[in-house]
Design a protein around this ligand. Structure first.
Ligand code: CU
Length: 154
């Protein structure tokens, strides 16, 4: 009884080991062997709040996992800025950020994230301060913005 169970677990363990070694071999064939770190930031979009978790990540590739909790459609724009959260230049309407003025500092964006849906945006971030926001009419001014700090990897 006991012996049989051990044998069964042994076979299962061996299968896992093979799978892991295949994965390791696969990941090392794409160039230099330097470890590539990738962080994940959960971005929650809702009426009218935007949060990032964690709010501090090491520089490098970051996977921004967006989730629109609704009820409206939202978007996510990420720009580099040292101005401080909620201090982006506004358009003349006074309620939306001036994307033309921010074009040079824009990293990337995800448009039209429908309520109840998720999307992942991979971005490469240098150390610095960034603002993550939604710029659909009025949403910026209503509070859909937050800061993401990118630090030198330790
Ligand atoms: Cu929005």
């Amino acid at each position: 009884m006991w012996g049989g169970r051990e044998v069964a677990m042994g076979v299962k363990g061996a299968v896992i080991l093979v799978a892991v070694s295949v994965m390791l071999a696969g990941s090392s064939c794409g160039g230099p062997s330097a470890p590539r770190r990738e962080s994940t930031v959960k971005v929650s979009l809702r009426d009218f709040r935007l949060t990032v978790t964690p709010a501090r990540v090491p520089a490098g590739w970051v996977s921004m996992d967006l989730s629109n909790e609704g009820p409206d459609t939202h978007e996510m724009i990420i720009v580099r800025t040292a101005a401080g959260d909620g201090r982006l230049p506004l358009r003349l309407d006074g309620i939306t950020a001036d994307e033309d003025a921010l074009a040079a500092r824009k990293v990337d964006s995800a448009d039209t994230v429908l309520p109840g849906t998720r999307r992942t945006l991979r971005v490469h971030l240098e150390p610095g301060r960034y603002e993550v926001f939604c710029n659909m009419a009025g949403h910026y001014r209503a509070g859909m913005h937050t800061e993401l700090v990118v630090v030198v990897p330790s």
